[in-house]
Design a protein around this ligand. Sequence first.
Ligand SMILES: [Zn+2]
Length: 218
Amino acid sequence: MLSEEKAVVVFSGGQDSTTCLAWAEQRFASVEAVTFDYGQRHRLEIETAEAICLERGIPHTVLDMSLLNQLAPNALTRDDIEIEQKDGELPSTFVDGRNQLFLTFAAIKGKQNGARHIVTGVCETDFSGYPDCRDVFIKSLNVTLNLAMDYEFVLHTPLMWLDKEATWALADELDVFQYVREKTLTCYNGVIGDGCGECPACELRRNGLEKYLQRKEA
Ligand SMILES: [Zn+2]
């Protein structure tokens, strides 16, 4: 029974991972959250994740991944690099292997606490070119983690085939629509909730939200 088991959610305090947190809370007997501190531009991202977990009574661990910035300086961590995406290229926020590392660390943490379910908000639908967010990679990593640690992990990706509109619909089904809308941080400029309205992350989030609200009213 899944309902008697433990899960670890890879958690950033954004729309997607907060929806995944609510998804996990409904399915598993116990849920913990792991947030990676890799020197994000906005400390607010870590603080938002902490605040959400505190409010929902979820045990929360922040893991230091600052070495990632040492390996691969990028627009998410450096003020002097613009956030942009040119046609046909990976966005300047991309870090090779980041998701692979995060999931691997989450699995190590999970096994120590007897959790074999790892939940992540990666998504292939709004795919911005991150190879380690693809479904085929997740399935491959699942096998690798099980072999690496001789353990039966199950990687869950509730958002894998959802677009932003469907992710809002899922939040609504899980009864956290307003919560996700008001409390999460997706915006690259560090504005909680509906955001600055101008950055690429806000644009994607708003387009999905508007489509969902229109569909709901229709
Ligand atoms: Zn924004």
